[in-house]
Structure formats: structure tokens, C-alpha cells
Design a protein around this ligand. Sequence first.
Ligand code: 5GP
Length: 193
Amino acid sequence: MNFLEERILKDGIVKPNNVLKVDSFLNHQMDISLMEEIGREFHRRFGDKNITKVLTIEASGIGIACFVAREFGVPMVFAKKSHSINIDSEVYTAEVESFTHKNKNNIIVSRKFLNQDDHILIIDDFLANGCALQGLIAISKAAGASVEGIGIVIEKGFQIGGQVIRNLGIQLESLAIIDAMDSDTGSITFREQ
Ligand code: 5GP
């Protein structure tokens, strides 16, 4: 069991509707030592790639992506959720359905911060159905940049996103993959990696 799986078992709370709460250490209160370890682990897994930018989506990806970007010594860019439907020529946009909030947002990234010379590492806290990642991939493509890999802290392997993204042929590294979880018993089963 790796450092993250141990922490999920200790402090994660399984909620109904396939939601895992990890807000005591990952996406509300953040354990900074754990963030540093996550940053180092993604660098170990993607360090052979010539990464020029780390890309994530607000809000909960930002903190994690900062620690990853520091390991690579590159900028971190985050896609903003925009409530405006105006397509501004200054931005790349994609539509993303939120797993947790069940609403749709346009996400935007300024054209100033991504271009065809960029080699992107996408980072996010969770992978569920893959909508957030598909939006970030679409924005990278619109910029003409290459997606070198995707790093996810917690993949819920019983939802479709992991398979969808792996079928695209992009290197996807998830630090913990949950194959099953039960809100009645609180049990969590990890995939052997
Ligand atoms: P997807 O787009 O893959 O369906 O969902 C990924 C996004 O939804 C992540 O950015 C994350 O913020 C949120 N998310 C998905 N599942 C969970 C979950 O079980 N717990 C929490 N806290 N966030 C989740």
C-alpha cells in the first residue's frame, strides 16, 4: 500500500452516490507534506518528459498542481470556470460537466498562456467520468500543444473516465485507484498497481 492509499484509508470518508470526501487532507484543508510527496511522485513518473507547463482546473486541482509544477520548475496554468457563454477570442474554451455539482461550465484558458510549443502535464485531484480531463485535453489541442501525460491523485476505477482516457493513448498515472467503495460500511478497495 502506498503513502496515499494509507492516508485515504485513515482519513477518507465514503459518501453516498460514489463520492469520496478527502477534504481533511487534499482538497479543503491540505496536508503540505503530503502535497510535497505527491509532487515528487509525479515528477518521478513523468520526469523523462520535456514538460513545459502543468495544466489543471479550478478549484481543487490548483494546490496539487503547484507542487507538481515546482518539481518540474515550470509554470502552472489553471482553467477557470466561466459562467459567461460569450466565446472570447482571447481564450480557449471547452464545456465540462461537473461530477460533484452536476452542472455544466465553460472552462477557459487565456491564449497567452498555452501555445504550440508547450508540452503539457495535466494534473487533477480526482478522475470519475473523465469530463474535466476531456475539457483540459480539448483546450490543449486547441492551443496546438502536446499532452505528454496526465497525473491523477485518486481515480475511481469503477467509473468510466480511466478507460476513456487510456483509450486515447495518453499516459495516465493515478496514485491510487479505487475499485470499490461502500458508504454503508465505509470500506474502500484499491486496485493492485
Ligand atoms: P470527472 O470530470 O472525471 O467526472 O470528475 C472529476 C472532477 O470531479 C474532479 O475535478 C473532482 O473535483 C470532482 N470529483 C469527482 N469525484 C469526486 C469524489 O469522489 N470526491 C471529490 N471530492 N471530488 C470528486
